[in-house]
Design a protein around this ligand. Structure first.
Ligand code: SIN
Ligand code: MN
Length: 290
């Protein structure tokens, strides 16, 4: 899938691109069917909501679930990111966020690159977020909210919030968010929420400021969040476990466009469980090998 010059210009201006219904209902179903078994696992790879059994985030399913391993190599997802970043990519992070009916908690205002820089020593923001909806996203089930154009401000000061939700995040002060929204147009376009059917995809810049509210609706909002990083921009520290911030910088090779339905064999290196090495962390920067 190749982006047009207008799409590239819109990405540079707004910091995101939205592709409604990019994956078909049958393709989405293959992925959605695999989610309950992943969410059942009582392991560190599943972070549950504070005070609840609902899964907030499942990590690294592309290493132990065949449908998600295929999605991680899908050309409709990988090729446009490769075009925008102009380099081969590796998978920095892979999440299936639950945002379950009545239970899904907020994601505070943040930039993903803030966390990747502070925690993982990723050198620059040459990494991209991709969100793929496995459920319809509407105004009620906690849609993502963006401040268009906020990626152009680069890295914004953030505070490490370890208390609001069950997942620590570098978050941005509300006074600054109010200013950013005002400068982006206030009520006239200063905040946007891409809404659409299951199978829709959003590409968004790693410095785009975003958040999402809680899900008080009776509808789940399961979405996959893939974070692809330019290979030359790989992280320089393993302060977080490997199931959160990946350490294999091998370039992604795409499968065929029909891979979700044709189901070709894929490697599943963590099929028998997360290896002990994935839990080993260090605050020391990695030694440069080149
Ligand atoms: C994220 O920002 O990583 C997740 C946001 C969401 O699931 O709404
Ligand atoms: Mn985020």
């Amino acid at each position: 899938m190749k982006l047009t010059p207008d799409q590239v210009a819109a990405f540079e201006r707004d910091g995101y691109l939205f592709f409604p219904a990019l994956f078909s209902p049958r393709e989405v179903q293959v992925l959605l069917d695999a989610v309950p078994a992943l969410y059942e696992r009582r392991e560190a790879i599943n972070v549950r909501e504070k005070g609840s059994d609902a899964v907030r985030t499942n990590f690294a399913a592309h290493l132990y679930s065949a449908p998600f391993a295929r999605l991680a190599r899908h050309p409709r997802m990988v090729e446009p990111v490769q075009q925008l970043l102009g380099e081969a990519l590796y998978m920095h992070q892979f999440k299936i966020n639950g945002k379950m009916a009545f239970e899904g908690d907020v994601w505070q205002w943040h930039q993903d690159y803030g966390t990747w820089r502070n925690d993982d020593l990723m050198p620059g923001p040459r990494a991209m977020n991709v969100a793929i909806f496995l459920d319809e996203v509407d105004a009620f089930n906690g849609p993502l909210m963006f401040i268009p154009g906020s990626h152009r401000r680069g890295v914004i000061d953030a505070r490490h919030d370890t208390t609001t939700t069950s997942y620590p995040l570098w978050t941005i002060d509300h006074a600054l968010i109010a200013q950013l929204v005002e400068r982006a147009g206030g009520r006239a376009g200063g905040m946007v929420s891409p809404l659409g059917p299951a199978g829709s995809m959003i590409l968004f810049h790693s410095c785009l400021v975003h958040a999402s509210g809680s899900n008080l609706s009776p509808w789940n909002r399961v979405s996959v969040y893939l974070s692809l990083c330019a290979v030359g921009n790989h992280i320089r520290r393993h302060q977080r476990p490997e199931y959160i911030a990946h350490r294999d910088f091998t370039p992604i090779e795409c499968l065929r466009d029909d891979c979700l339905l044709a189901a070709p064999p894929v490697e599943l290196p963590w099929r028998d469980g997360v290896p002990a090495s994935a839990f080993v962390t260090s605050c020391e920067p990695l030694k440069e090998t080149t």
